[in-house]
Design a protein around this ligand. Structure first.
Ligand SMILES: Cc1ncc(COP(=O)(O)O)c(C=O)c1O
Length: 414
């Protein structure tokens, strides 16, 4: 093996304007270049406690059990579903995009009885639709995505918590794509569990999944049977629920590690924790509301710019997330060729799409560190150039002008 064939990692500069990942905030990258310390060093356990405090604010909750799962966003989903669902439990999954099917798939692996409720991509559910289905199915759990990046839609959850409470249903949402850039009120909306990821509006790299669970959800998880008898003593009563078929994702054990007992489980991914802590600190320093408003401002400016160049948007835009936009690829334009030019000539990545939308829409994100005026204007100007190059006629400069007009109406100059 000739080691000299392997150069240092030195990827090209890219502006990531797709559905995530996005460019990480430089402050987060700096935090992640910090030297390691031992996992039971009091400084480290203090940081873990701080992470719990900071993410309670990000999730808008008082839930004590608010912590990180090491792994990408789906690690957070798997940890919650595997730890809560017993084989044979009935779950209802209203699906409005690709990530709803992911919840179904994971629930199947938990041996749940999975009931699907589907709606057309580009739309969301009304509370009545969900209530009717709950009445029919009588599930133990309702599992729903908050913002589905595949369609760019956000499901209003505000009234669903009340419905779940009325029918004694445990309410979980996947907020990977929405958290930090859109309103999410864990306690006010009656959510029992929420999981998230770093690589979208939180402005970090993927690899950590913040989660929060309510007291009721904690009780369900604690009632599972305990395998490591004699080792795990905290609150484990060797309950009546079946064992959790995962060691790594057993939230009971993870709680024992994050809680005051500090019982050994995995070795916390220190560098990822430093990054996650910095993401939350940066957002909360400005204020969560301000961060959400920033995502709305730049998301709307992108939308105006796209409309300004004569392109059409996908789905019911009244229900789109602030941080992402589905753009219909005009007839006669090769969507992949446009993405290639954007990446190779301008260093800008925009997103493709999945399933029924494959080849039909681009997904353009304005999130986290890249929810900025300069990123929006650069992307619009370059996309206009590329579209001209591939023969799609438009009024030169119209996109940037429309976005600038939006900024001037909003009185934003930076
Ligand atoms: C809504 C949603 N859920 C889950 C995931 C899966 O995340 P990860 O790839 O970090 O596991 C994504 C990724 O884009 C997502 O958008």
């Amino acid at each position: 093996m000739d080691i000299n064939r392997y150069s240092q990692i030195n990827p090209p500069q890219r502006l990531l304007m797709g559905p995530g990942p996005i460019n990480a905030d430089p402050r987060v990258l700096r935090a992640m270049s910090t030297q390691l310390i031992g996992q039971y060093d009091p400084v480290m356990t203090h940081y873990m406690n701080e992470v719990m405090e900071l993410y309670r604010k990000i999730f808008c909750t008082d839930n004590y059990w608010t912590m990180l799962i090491n792994g990408t966003s789906r690690a957070g989903i798997e940890a919650i579903l595997l730890s809560a669902i017993c084989p044979g439990d009935k779950v209802l999954v209203p699906v409005f995009g690709r990530f709803g099917y992911l919840l179904c798939e994971i629930a199947h692996r938990c041996r749940a009885k999975v009931n699907l409720l589907e709606t057309q991509w580009g739309t969301v559910f009304t509370p009545d639709q969900i209530e009717d289905e709950i009445k029919k199915i009588k599930p133990k759990f309702l599992l729903i995505v908050h913002g589905d990046t595949s369609t760019t839609m956000i499901q209003p959850l505000k009234d669903i918590g009340e419905i779940c409470k009325k029918y004694h249903v445990i309410f979980y949402t996947d907020a990977t794509a929405s958290i930090g850039g859109n309103e999410l009120e864990t306690d006010l909306w009656g959510l029992d569990a929420v999981s998230a990821g770093m690589q979208k509006c939180l402005g970090g790299p993927s690899g950590t999944a913040p989660i929060t669970i309510s007291h009721q959800m904690k009780e369900i998880i604690r009632h599972r049977k305990c395998v490591e008898k004699g080792i795990r003593t905290v609150e484990h009563k060797d309950g009546d629920g079946e064992i959790i078929y995962s060691n790594y994702f057993d939230i009971s054990m993870i709680m024992d590690y994050w809680g005051p007992e500090r019982l050994n489980h995995h070795t916390e991914a220190t560098t990822a924790l430093f990054g996650a802590r910095e993401c939350a600190r940066v957002i909360l320093k400005d204020g969560l509301k301000k961060n959400i408003a920033r995502h709305k401002l730049h998301g709307d400016a992108m939308l105006k710019g796209i409309q300004g160049m004569g392109l059409k948007l996908f789905g019911n835009i009244e229900h789109k997330m602030h941080n992402i936009l589905g753009v219909i690829i005009p007839k006669g334009v090769n969507g992949e060729q446009v993405r290639k030019f954007m990446l190779e000539d301008f260093g800008i990545e925009i997103g493709t799409s999945f399933g029924p939308l494959h080849g039909k829409i681009w997904r353009i994100g304005t999130m986290g560190y890249n929810a900025r005026k300069d990123c929006v204007l650069q992307t619009l100007a370059c996309l206009e150039q590329v579209l001209n190059l591939v023969g799609f006629p438009m009024i030169p400069g119209a996109a940037v002008e429309s976005a600038l007009e939006h900024y001037s109406l909003e009185n934003i100059h930076v």
